[in-house]
Design a binder for this molecule. Structure first.
Ligand code: FAD
Length: 593
């Protein structure tokens, strides 16, 4: 970061949303809505019923001055706030989650940012809030949550819950919304001897804002491992675990949702509840896999943790050049996919790899509880099978690592590359079952080749088996984990390669290409396999598709705890009750849970 004067620093902090702009004196010109449905719609700035400065100031007073008016981080790239130096800093760090995710209001889905205030458009283009929430409430506890819920409902303001802002579908933001920003709920506590009928043993309690890196390192410092995501800035107690949560440890311990002991929640009606397998068990069930931002505001989460210990990791990288040609390259990719399956089925390993049109990088195959020399023996059949035309392990860039601690290995090898920043505008997702690979690997490889061959998309994959021979711990209790994910071997994520300075129409073309050309290829190769509700394209599936047989029960839980449909998120359970109008207001469709 370049040096700044004191005035410059405070201007930058202000611009980055690290300090609050006072809510006093806000004024937005009143205009009459052009929509006829305004009475059944949430209000947005400019509507006659948008709360005035006094109302916002009153809320600000109630919450001890922790109301923050949104100023998008990239406003310094646009007149009248333009600053070449500060804009360059924002542009340079656009892909750094460490810069974007700790800020109120910011969110990573560039599709839903819709270029209304980004560093890549001309400075003369106005910085518009677009889908940014208008205000964030920097939540410090239950009373703040209640105050925010109360204000939003009394004033007919859209309410969203925002933790890290990683959501692929922009569910943690919304035009004209008041965001309950949970990042500073950062309590962490090890409970060495949690005791209940459903579980006895070590547990970790975290506030809703603790991120995966913080939770994992805290658990490790206390001698434990937790099921957490590969990205350190994703929020375990937010959309990650509420949406299921896959991990490098899923082969041993299942999904994040399988390990929840307690949810501490404030409901839309303002009730402060604890949900466990025994208490408010319907809410516990729904929150554990039924999708984030849907049933209530999670204040804290308590999860089962496991003794830390030995872990090994293998990686390999190969390219068209290193294996000697395009056809050999794709044969090698196919063999890798086929041969990794027994690793995840029988040994509880989880792998992640990236496939482009000329390079494949299996950057992590994590094998808990074995040494690197044991792992070398276990994976030797994989290397033998991949030796198409005599390719050697050296040509495959094969490497081994090990550690006495899962988090230590993760932090050393994966974390530096996994922080994640603003997401490419178009991403799709698809599960692949082991049976799909056994029956139709050729179709899968055809789909992958078609995806990457022009360089417009690439394929990222997680290889895992949550129900394999390596599984050591059953779910704590019945939960709403996506059934399709339990049967998946691969979770494919299919992001577009996007030039941030390209015309925005190209994002729409990529969206059409994914939906109309690529997705059908995967559907043909993997009939009925589904997609992960947290890592797909916003347009490719509905809540009913994601939740299948659980859907009606989830709707019932939502109707019980959120009878007025305060919580809305695109693709979330009950989302059919709302749709945006032409100006972005959220309006009731008349369809209710
Ligand atoms: C770079 C990157 C890496 C990822 N890696 C993984 C991975 O390894 N494994 C995996 O399973 N997923 C992964 N994901 C997907 C991730 O789990 C989802 O994007 C998830 O929704 C993020 O949750 P969040 O709370 O951090 O984000 P947010 O965008 O803040 O919230 C996501 C959703 O959860 C809701 N929510 C947030 N906090 C609360 C709360 N306190 N109470 C109620 N609802 C809340 C929001 O309203 C929103 O609907 C990754 C995503 C990205 C962008």
């Amino acid at each position: 970061m370049p040096p700044y004067s004191i005035a410059g620093v405070s201007a930058l902090l202000l611009s980055l949303g690290l300090v609050a702009t006072p809510a006093v004196g806000l004024s937005t010109p009143i205009r009459r809505s052009t929509t006829e449905c305004v009475s059944r719609c949430r209000v947005i700035p400019g509507d006659a019923k948008w709360p005035g400065p006094e109302a916002w100031n009153s809320l600000n007073g109630t919450v001890g001055g922790r109301l923050i008016q949104t100023v998008p981080v990239a406003h310094v790239c646009h007149d009248p706030s333009y600053s070449a130096e500060e804009c360059q800093y924002v542009a340079d760090n656009w892909l750094s989650a460490y810069v974007m995710t700790p800020r109120p209001g910011e969110f990573l889905s560039s599709w839903f940012q819709n270029q209304t205030c980004v560093p890549h458009t001309d400075r003369s283009t106005a910085c518009d809030l677009g889908n940014y929430a208008s205000y964030s409430l920097n939540v410090s506890g239950v009373d703040d949550v209640k105050a925010g819920l109360d204000f939003a409902q009394k004033n007919n303001v859209r309410l969203v819950i925002k933790n890290s802002g990683h959501d692929f579908y922009g569910k943690s933001t919304g035009k004209g919304a008041l965001a309950l920003w949970t990042r500073n709920l950062n309590h962490k506590e090890i409970i060495h001897d949690y005791s209940a009928a459903y579980y006895q043993g070590p547990a970790l309690k975290i506030g809703a804002g603790v991120n995966g890196g913080e939770a994992g390192s805290f658990a490790a410092a206390n001698g434990y491992r937790m099921v957490g995501g590969s990205c350190p800035t994703v929020g375990p107690a937010g959309g990650y675990t509420q949406g299921g949560g896959h991990s490098f440890l899923t082969g041993l311990y299942g999904f994040g949702a399988d390990n929840v002991l307690e949810w501490e929640v404030v409901t839309a009606l303002g009730d402060h509840l604890i949900a466990t397998p025994e208490q408010n068990s319907d809410l516990y069930w729904a929150l554990s896999g039924g999708g984030g931002g849907t049933y209530g505001v999670v204040v804290s989460m308590t999860v089962r943790v496991f003794p830390d210990g030995q872990v090994a990791m293998a990686s390999l990288t190969f390219s068209v050049d290193s294996v000697g040609g395009v056809e050999t390259y794709w044969q090698t990719v196919e063999r890798m996919i086929t041969e990794l399956r027994p690793m995840v089925d029988d040994h509880g390993m989880v792998g992640q790899f990236l496939v482009t049109n000329d390079t494949t990088d299996l950057y992590a195959l994590i094998a808990p509880d074995v040494t690197s020399s044991e792992l070398s023996t276990i994976v030797s059949p994989v290397l033998s099978s991949m030796a198409v035309d005599g390719i050697t392990p050296q040509q495959l860039g094969f490497r081994l690592y090990e550690s006495h601690s899962y988090y230590e290995l993760y932090a050393r090898t994966i974390l530096p590359h996994a922080a994640g920043g603003v997401l490419t505008p178009v991403t799709g997702g698809r599960f692949v079952t082991g049976e799909n690979v056994a029956a139709n690997a050729t179709s899968l490889i055809h789909a992958m080749r078609a995806t990457v061959e022009e360089g417009r998309f690439y394929v990222a994959a997680v290889a895992l088996n949550s129900q394999g021979q390596g599984r050591l711990a059953d779910p704590i209790a019945e939960n709403a984990m996506q059934e399709d994910f339990k049967h998946a071997y691969l979770n494919l994520i299919i992001p577009a390669a996007f030039d941030w300075y390209a015309p925005w129409e190209e994002a729409h073309q990529l969206q059409d290409e994914f939906m109309d050309v690529l997705l059908p290829l995967y559907e043909e190769a993997t009939p009925g396999a589904g997609a992960y509700l947290n890592e797909a394209n916003w347009a490719q599936a509905t809540a009913q598709d994601y939740h299948g047989d659980n859907y009606e029960r989830l709707r019932e839980v939502k109707a019980k705890y959120d009878p007025n449909n305060v919580f809305y998120g695109l693709t979330g359970v009950g989302s059919e009750a709302w749709a945006p109008d032409a100006e972005g207001r959220l309006c009731r469709t008349g369809i209710t849970a």
